[in-house]
Ligand binder design. Structure first.
Ligand code: NAD
Length: 246
């Protein structure tokens, strides 16, 4: 079985690719080709099969070329983890049009394009499973992060729409809504001091008393993409340390 993992060069995608490689051939699709290649090396040294392909998920041609190339080597993908993401933080009155557009393009359009490119292969196989990375922020209001929350709510909505359309065709579509996970994304746009303070704040505030690791999320992705989740579609599952308990 072949799975495509976008954003697989780092963080949640990387940990998920490594875990999924225990039972699948993995295409690591990322704009960071060197990072993707380093994950391929890690998987191969553990005895798995993987390939790295460069992609910009915000562009249709790039996504369709990536899926064609991935399929030529590993066969039609039966699974997709659409996960590539970025962040641009600002209060609403200071968000630029360019930042708004790139957030929507990478998250919402990117996950839509990846699904559109793999679904024909899944239909030809007669089965498939997709997990999109949303966020806890998909269902929260968060100051200073409106582009991200709007994009992630849209990812959740897209997930539900695709689940209604394709579950009857034996393609399950789910989303994950991670809480604060210790990855490079959390450091972007912050000073080292701000990053350290934020990690301490999260650890203290979360009911489980610690930030999540990429591996905490990879377990959930692996589950949702597996037959163990065969009766689950259209859901948003939260590996979040209990963040939404109040
Ligand atoms: N870290 C968190 O706390 C957290 C919480 C909830 C949701 N998420 C989501 O999880 C996903 C993974 O984030 P992460 O924390 O592992 O971050 P990360 O920065 O470690 O990894 C993101 C990966 O996506 C790739 N990428 C970015 N834009 C791309 C593009 N246009 N085309 C192809 N690849 C691209 C990057 O190169 C990188 O390898 C994102 O969608 C993010 O929004 C993260």
């Amino acid at each position: 079985m072949h799975v495509i993992v976008t954003g697989g060069a780092s963080g949640i995608g990387r940990a998920s690719a490594v875990r999924l490689a225990r039972r699948m051939k993995v295409t690591i699709a990322d704009r960071d080709l060197d990072g993707a290649r380093s994950v391929v090396d890690e998987i191969k040294s553990a005895g798995g099969e993987a390939q790295a392909i460069i992609v910009d998920v915000a562009h249709r041609t790039s996504v369709f070329e990536m899926v064609a190339q991935a399929t030529a080597t590993f066969g039609p993908p039966a699974a997709l983890f659409a996960n590539a993401g970025i962040n641009r933080r600002n209060p609403v009155d200071l968000i630029s049009e360019a930042d708004w557009d790139v957030m929507m393009d990478v998250h919402v359009k990117g996950m839509f394009l990846c699904a559109q490119a793999v679904i024909p292969h899944m239909l030809s196989l007669g089965h498939g499973t997709i997990v999109n990375t949303a966020s806890d922020f998909a269902i929260m209001g968060v100051a200073g992060n409106a582009t991200y929350t709007a994009a992630k709510t849209s990812v959740y909505s897209l997930t539900k729409a695709m689940a209604v359309e394709f579950t009857p065709k034996n393609i399950r579509v789910n989303a994950i809504g991670p809480g604060p996970i210790d990855t490079p994304l959390l450091a972007t746009g912050r000073t080292a001091e701000q990053h350290v303070a934020l990690r301490a704040k999260f650890a203290a505030a979360l009911p489980l008393g610690r930030m999540g690791t990429p591996e905490d999320v990879a377990v959930v992705v692996d589950f949702l993409l597996s037959d163990k989740a065969s009766y689950i579609s259209g859901q948003l599952l939260h590996p979040n340390g209990g963040q939404l308990l109040w």
